[in-house]
Design a binder for this molecule. Structure first.
Ligand code: GSH
Length: 132
């Protein structure tokens, strides 16, 4: 299992062995192309392929993919005997984690979101921090 970039959270949580590879921005496109991983979107011109991290390549199934949510769904589907990342109906937890990563723990945005549902989301993310 080779996740390019620093997105190790899901794999640590599931307990799936992997090799992490640090990829600099200018190398993202070629690294993903070498692994046969398609672009996740197009750039603002609507035509040029946009390659993004995180990405994983699973040698067991020869599958490579990008997009955080797609990766989490793939891992749950292929490795259902490991802890499930996104129990049905809980996709919003991924969104909550992204808010904390994007804006930072000290940000007003995170303080707002972690207080949702009587601080339930903030407590859930705290419990999961040990897997980061
Ligand atoms: N929708 C993507 C967004 C990922 C994303 O924006 N990744 C950034 C790094 S954090 C990236 O790879 N940017 C490459 C670029 O803009 O050229 C996901 O959820 O995985």
């Amino acid at each position: 299992m080779v996740p390019a970039g620093t997105h190790r959270y899901s794999l640590n949580f599931k307990g799936i062995p992997y090799k992490a590879v640090w990829v600099e921005y200018p190398d993202i496109e070629n690294t993903l192309k070498d692994l046969g991983i398609a672009a996740s979107a197009t750039k603002s011109d609507g035509k040029t392929p946009h390659y993004t991290l995180p990405a994983i390549y699973d040698p067991a199934t020869k599958t490579g993919l990008t997009e955080s949510l797609a990766i989490a769904k793939y891992l749950d589907e292929k490795y259902p005997d490991k802890p499930i990342l996104m129990p049905k109906g809980t996709e919003v937890s991924g969104f909550v984690i992204w808010i904390r990563i994007l804006f930072g723990k000290e940000s007003e945005e995170w303080k707002d979101v972690s207080g949702w549902h009587s601080e339930r989301w903030g407590r859930m993310i705290q419990v999961l921090e040990k897997y980061e």
